[in-house]
Design a protein around this ligand. Structure first.
Ligand code: HEM
Length: 398
């Protein structure tokens, strides 16, 4: 098994090329700087996602890297993460899935479509007279934030604040340092206070939203208020940051591939396949982590219990064994079995919602802006840890 450094200049400069090399050289790799294994082949990543001997407790890893004193400072974040669905014991995980699944079925998501169209038009209206915008700031972030806030039951007037909180908590999902994590904790606790007030409201006057469902479950003893609040924060973040990145990354892929953009303009009904290809080529969750709960064989290597394993979804999605000409962005590619929403027990709850939002948003943007053009020399990528990138801004003219 070879060793690699995800923070090496080569990996930072071109993550996809670097991961191609790792995949070809070493089916399972060791990352000494992260004290973790890395899987890059499609078959191995897919099997690991379904393997019950790997669990998602890796989220706590961001805290475990810190000194005992720092970990104590961040105790509230730890307690909250432990309550997030996906990071709970299997019985609790099923309890949350059962409570939430009805909000995320394809039929329910379809009902939200007109609202997503309305939001998209409103956001474009707000910048239309200027003929320019920053897609990240003006469209890609606020759209999913509005949608998830509405699903959860939050008033429109609070949405900017929610977006700011949501951005602050990003480091919890990456490899944030102490300063970033303390800021994340402050914002998370503010969000908790805010959600408790709103929850009290929903107890008195239930509506058709996730928070009311949580409060009804609380009344039946199925869930505590702390769990409800912690999972609203998870949903806000999960439903927002990822979809925003997909919309922005997807647009850059279209700008970089004018022929493919022309195909979409010619026939907008190609958009659902194009969204799948955006997910495959530049999905927002590039790498996810796991911890081995028992000794397990991964990619032909025995891995002891208690070890961290990174699953490079982004590398699996470009595995030439599975995808012909994997680096080609092709909006007509069919039957793509990308792993961008994970697989198995923890498969993304919001997959149908994210697909629909991206489809509607990009369709309307292309339709309303026939002269849409990038207003940058090179895309404004910032690294996302442990490997990959996201856009800090995306200026366009139209
Ligand atoms: C493009 C957008 C999105 C991407 C790429 C994405 C990606 C993922 C991935 C890879 C996982 C699996 C994590 C793991 O196995 O450790 C996941 C889980 C999850 N996602 Fe998403 N997601 C997106 C949008 C959303 C949206 C819109 C929501 C909610 C409104 C959402 C809610 C969740 C939740 C709650 C889980 C945990 C599921 C469970 O533990 O059963 N995601 N997502």
């Amino acid at each position: 098994m070879r060793e690699y450094d995800l923070f090496a200049p080569e990996a930072m400069a071109d993550p996809d090329a670097f991961l191609h090399r790792v995949r070809a050289e070493s089916p399972i790799a060791w990352l000494p700087r992260l004290d973790a294994y890395l899987l890059t082949r499609y078959a191995d990543v897919d099997a690991a996602l379904r393997n019950k001997r790997l669990d998602t407790a890796n989220m706590l890893r961001v805290l475990q890297r810190l000194s005992p004193a720092e970990q104590e400072e961040l105790e509230p974040v730890r307690r909250s993460i432990e309550m997030w669905m996906g990071h709970t014991v299997p019985a609790d995980h099923v309890r949350f899935q059962q409570l939430l699944k009805r909000y995320f079925t394809p039929a329910m998501v379809d009902q939200l479509r007109p609202r997503v169209r309305e939001f998209t038009h409103e956001l474009i209206d707000a910048v239309a007279s200027k003929g320019q915008m920053d897609v990240v700031r003006d469209l890609a972030y606020p759209l999913p934030a509005n949608v998830i806030a509405e699903l959860l039951g939050m008033p429109v007037s609070d949405r900017e604040q929610l977006q700011a909180w949501s951005r602050d908590i990003v480091p919890i999902f990456g490899l944030g340092d102490r300063r970033q994590l303390l800021q994340a904790q402050r914002s998370m606790l503010e969000m908790h206070d805010y959600l408790r007030l709103l929850a009290a409201d929903r107890r008195r006057e239930p509506r058709d939203d996730v928070l009311s469902t949580f409060m009804a479950a609380e009344a039946e003893g199925v869930l505590t208020e702390d769990e409800a609040v912690a999972n609203c924060v998870l949903l806000l973040f999960a439903g927002h940051e990822t979809t925003a990145n997909l919309i922005a990354n997807g647009l850059v892929l279209l700008f970089d591939n004018p022929g493919q953009l022309a195909l979409l303009r010619e026939d907008p009904a190609r958009m659902p396949l194009a969204v799948e290809e955006m997910l495959r080529c530049d999905g927002p969750a590039g790498v996810i982590g796991r911890v081995t709960t028992e000794p397990v064989e991964l990619a032909g290597t025995s891995v002891p219990a208690g070890k961290h394993v990174y699953l490079a979804l982004m590398a699996a999605n470009r595995d030439p064994e599975v995808f012909a000409d994997p680096d080609r962005f092709d909006v007509t590619r069919r039957g793509s079995r990308h792993l961008s929403f994970g697989m198995g027990t923890y498969y993304c709850l919001g997959a149908a919602l994210a697909r629909m939002e991206t489809d509607e948003c990009l369709r309307i943007l292309l339709d309303r802006c026939p002269d849409l053009r990038p207003a940058y020399a090179t895309p404004d990528w910032t690294p996302s840890l442990p490997i990959g990138h996201r856009l800090a801004s995306l200026p366009v003219t139209f």
